[in-house]
Design a protein around this ligand. Structure first.
Ligand SMILES: *Cc1c(COP(=O)(O)O)cnc(C)c1O
Length: 426
């Protein structure tokens, strides 16, 4: 669907019914698929023929939704996962193993930080976290012999750092490794990292893509641009025979689909973080209005940010859409149509005052979530990021008084009135 604009792709990509078929993507709520010949089933298992046989590996509903996200990002191949965590885990594990290293921009979602700093470390994969605003020299110096990927978030959750995608892509490519970008907050409506040199994009589809807080999910999209064969010694899993599939070489047999095919046939096969077709169906409905919702989220967030900036009880506001925000220039470059609906702020007062303001909100809920239709707040230091030390919080760009405000798509005046009454209670 490459000729259509992104708004059209949100609605039309992925599933194209043939004559007489259902207009809406059907839910293939089936774990398995029937064949008439055992020989054909054998060919499917050998990856000699494409087809469905077991939903842990592939399912038609899931694949249609993956194809839509692939098209929105301008990628070559994509897969869904059961969560954003699984997407980031698989994206790395597909190309790094025990003894390897990854380089990450330090402003990350708390769950991703834990995954990379602790969990994959226990599996023997080491991660270095670098200041996203580092110089090119510092960035280049952080690579090691065994570095296999560079990772960052387009718009960091919740630090709202806009990553200099070109700087990170250039450094990754100078060192012969792919650049993996978590594009959850920007969504492909506002930024398509492949256009700035990223090689692989991940998503927590739980956020704006789903948009209604119904389904946890994730996605991995491959641009198909990284030349694995040119760095074969670094990525033998993709470029040398896979004995578990009778010696198939992914880059030879699947070309631009090599990375996603390997992630499916190895990681999904063995680890199994597949979404239910029902959740993929709900995600697809969310994607149909992604372009409309993201626009309104940003419009509302801009109004709320400007209101908070001028409120006497507010100490500071972070929103890249504000002219004085340190990331305003990078936002204008990478997300010119707007950033996201999430902003952060701190109030003039104690931690108890912060909690009091949050408890005083009526329309805006306290929820461990961001980026859905309903406005909500969270205090990362006492909620999502509470496992992190003060030092780790600082590196992730999370101040102790930071309140994360996910601005929904209600009427902006109602949202502002609610926060105003809550602030005035202290
Ligand atoms: C929420 C989030 C994740 C994790 O996704 P889940 O769907 O909750 O597993 C990863 N990255 C970012 C940027 C997120 O906001």
């Amino acid at each position: 669907m490459n000729n259509y604009k992104i708004e059209t792709k949100c609605i039309q990509s992925g599933y194209q019914p043939k004559n007489g078929e259902p207009r809406v993507l059907p839910i293939y709520q089936s774990t398995t698929f029937k064949y008439d010949s055992s020989e054909q089933m054998g060919r499917l298992f050998d990856l000699e023929e494409a087809g469905y046989f077991y939903t842990r590996l592939q399912n038609p509903t899931n694949d249609c939704v993956a194809a839509k996200i692939c098209d929105l990002e301008g990628g070559a191949a994509a897969m869904l996962t059961s969560s954003g965590q699984a997407a980031n885990f698989y994206a790395i594990l597909n190309i790094a193993k025990e003894g390897d290293h990854i380089l990450c921009a330090s402003a990350l979602y708390g769950g991703t930080y834990n995954l990379f700093a602790h969990t994959i470390k226990q599996m023997g994969i080491d991660a270095t976290f670098i200041d996203p605003d580092c110089s090119e020299e510092e960035l280049n110096a952080a690579f090691k012999e065994n570095t296999k990927a560079v990772f960052g978030e387009t718009i960091a959750n919740p630090a709202l750092v806009i990553l200099d995608l070109e700087k990170f892509a250039k450094a990754a490519h100078n060192h012969g490794v792919p650049f993996v970008v978590d594009n959850t907050f920007a969504t492909p409506i506002h930024c398509r990292p492949f256009e700035w040199g990223a090689d692989i994009v991940t998503h927590s589809t739980t956020k704006y893509m789903d948009g209604h807080a119904t389904s946890v999910g994730g996605a991995i999209v491959d641009s198909g641009n990284f030349d694995w064969d040119a760095y074969s010694e670094k990525f033998p899993g993709l470029t040398t025979p896979d004995e578990t599939y009778h010696g198939v070489i992914y880059t030879k047999q699947f070309g631009k689909g090599a990375y996603i095919t390997k992630a499916t046939t190895h990681l999904m096969r063995d680890l199994g973080s597949i979404p239910s077709p029902q959740n993929a169906f709900l995600l697809n409905i969310g994607l149909e209005t992604l372009h409309l919702r993201v626009e309104r989220h940003c419009e509302n967030a801009q109004k709320v940010a400007e209101f908070l900036e001028n409120h006497p009880k507010v100490a500071w506001v972070n929103y890249p859409g504000l002219k004085n925000d340190p990331y305003h220039a990078l936002a204008n470059k990478y997300t010119p149509k707007g950033t996201c609906g999430v902003l952060t702020f701190g109030i003039k007062g104690t931690k108890e005052d912060t909690v009091k303001v949050m408890d005083q909100l009526k329309l805006v809920g306290i929820a461990t979530h961001v980026a859905d239709a309903r406005s909500c707040v969270l205090h990362p230091a006492s909620h999502t990021h509470r496992q992190m030390s003060e030092e780790e919080l600082k590196a992730a760009g999370v101040k102790p008084d930071l309140v994360r405000f996910s601005v929904g798509i209600e009427n902006a005046e109602d949202i502002i009135a609610d926060i105003d009454q809550a602030l005035n209670a202290i």
